[in-house]
Design a protein around this ligand. Structure first.
Ligand SMILES: Cc1cc2nc3c(=O)[nH]c(=O)nc-3n(C[C@H](O)[C@H](O)[C@H](O)COP(=O)(O)O)c2cc1C
Length: 328
């Protein structure tokens, strides 16, 4: 830390962790914990909020923590700090996912400031997208955002959609008929939870939207008005990479955040579909859509958000002081 006081660095890191509470996570579990002190901010997985039945390996947990890591990086860039990120810095502690340290100040670009503003408006929209394809070049921008985070984004061809639809329907069926899955879903989906986690009814469609590829079916209708429309012009895409490790999932989460913020700036709604990649058999089917050398991390529906529809109410978050610990 050559030019700044340690206190300024610690305050900036604490603010970055606070901004990161808005990151998206599977079922809004927010499975992260931050520790801040000196010139370092440490990110840990919080296994108490892992989906033990749906996500026993912690894939979705790690992707979710990756989105929080990227959000923190965005906040530091907007505050003019050059951040260095060490991923999985402690081989003896696999839950220690990242350590961010800050050194010198950097110039703040308008793009960095805009990205931080986008953090507070980004949300999941499960309603149908408009029946107009993504404008030229937009998919390529989203792919570049993912690639910059070392993760691929593969667009599905129309021929692949039937296979994705069949695999998604099968995954939903397996999930919804398994009593353990249902019990776990009931902990997170629908209703109101005072603790600031889970998906409230106001973010869940009142009826399944019409779509070629079935969206997540958690067996719980919400109160979000669906309206007309179909996903016919949506683009489905797979976040993927060359290996299938915790490091890859963490990077995939950073890529998801990066592309989601970029998409939000372009008026594109992003809807992750995780059930189909959580179940081993259906994940294999998704893998076959990719080249056999690659591994799928998450399926995404991308489409133009209806401009006239107000965003659903913001999903809740845990209080920042519950997930951020100050060590000094
Ligand atoms: C790794 C991951 C997987 C997700 N999977 C799904 C999914 O299968 N279906 C769905 O409707 N939303 C999914 N979501 C969206 C979350 O439910 C959403 O981010 C969370 O409820 C917080 O709401 P927000 O994105 O509006 O802030 C996923 C998000 C992440 C980060």
């Amino acid at each position: 830390m050559s030019t700044q006081t340690p206190m300024a660095a610690t305050a900036a890191l604490a603010e970055a962790a606070t901004a990161a509470v808005r990151a998206p996570s599977a079922h809004n579990t927010q499975p992260w914990r931050w520790r801040v002190g000196g010139d370092a901010l440490d990110l840990y997985a919080d296994r108490s909020r892992q989906l033990a039945v749906a996500d026993p390996e912690g894939r979705m947990l790690t992707i979710s923590c990756g989105t929080a890591l990227h959000h923190a990086r965005v906040a530091l860039a907007a505050a003019g700090w050059a951040a260095t990120v060490g991923r999985l810095p402690d081989p003896a502690d696999p839950d220690h996912l990242a350590r961010i340290t800050v050194a010198d100040r950097t110039d703040v670009t308008p793009a960095a400031m805009r990205l931080l503003q986008t953090v507070s408006v980004r949300h999941t929209d499960r309603r149908p997208v408009v029946e107009t394809a993504l404008p030229d070049g937009v998919f390529e921008q989203l792919r570049q955002a993912a690639t910059a985070e070392h993760t691929g984004l593969h667009p599905l061809r129309p021929d692949d959609l039937a296979e994705l639809a069949a695999a998604s329907a099968r995954a939903n069926e397996i999930g919804i008929t398994d009593p353990d899955q249902r019990a776990e879903l009931a902990q997170w989906i629908g209703g109101e939870r005072p603790d600031g986690t889970g998906i409230p009814d106001s973010a869940l469609p009142a009826r399944p939207p019409q779509s070629a590829v079935p969206a997540s079916d958690w067996g719980h209708p919400g109160t979000l008005t669906v309206g007309p429309g179909h996903d016919l012009r949506a683009t489905y895409a797979i976040l993927f990479g060359r290996s299938d490790t915790t490091m890859d999932w963490l990077r995939a989460g950073e890529a998801l955040s990066a592309l989601w913020l970029t998409a939000t700036e372009r008026g594109v709604a992003v809807l992750p579909l995780s059930t189909v990649v959580e179940i081993v058999a259906t994940r294999e089917r998704v893998r076959r859509i990719l080249s056999r050398l690659d591994y799928p991390y998450l399926v995404l529906r991308l489409g133009l958000a209806a401009p006239d529809k107000p965003a659903p109410a913001r999903t809740p978050r845990l209080p920042a002081e519950q997930v951020i610990e100050r060590t000094q």
